[in-house]
Design a protein. Structure first.
Length: 97
């Protein structure tokens, strides 16, 4: 079963935020992230949603704790206006057409 950690951010500048986000790829992989999706609102590029996929709720929960350290870094603080607390979701069904 896949567990997804869902995060919503408001950022000052999407391009600058994404550059910093990309620098944490190795960290995400080391923390058990199997895949992720980054989306943003079509009518407001400052509103960004991130879905991080894990093999288990325990891994997602541990990453949520580690994420607090990432958000505390000067790089993250510089680019984030606000973020929501991560929420955990279980994938029930995925269908592609």
């Amino acid at each position: 079963m896949t567990t997804t950690l869902h995060i919503e951010n408001t950022v000052h500048d999407f391009v600058a935020w994404k550059e910093v986000f990309d620098k944490f790829d190795r960290f995400r992989a080391e923390q058990g992230v199997r895949s992720y999706r980054v989306t943003r609102r079509a009518d407001d590029a400052h509103e960004v949603m991130i879905d991080l996929d894990f093999d288990s709720p325990d891994e997602a929960g541990a990453f949520s704790v580690a994420l607090q350290k990432v958000w505390a870094t000067p790089q993250s603080q510089q680019h984030l206006v606000r973020h929501t607390p991560p929420t955990m979701h279980e994938l029930i069904e995925h269908r592609a057409f």
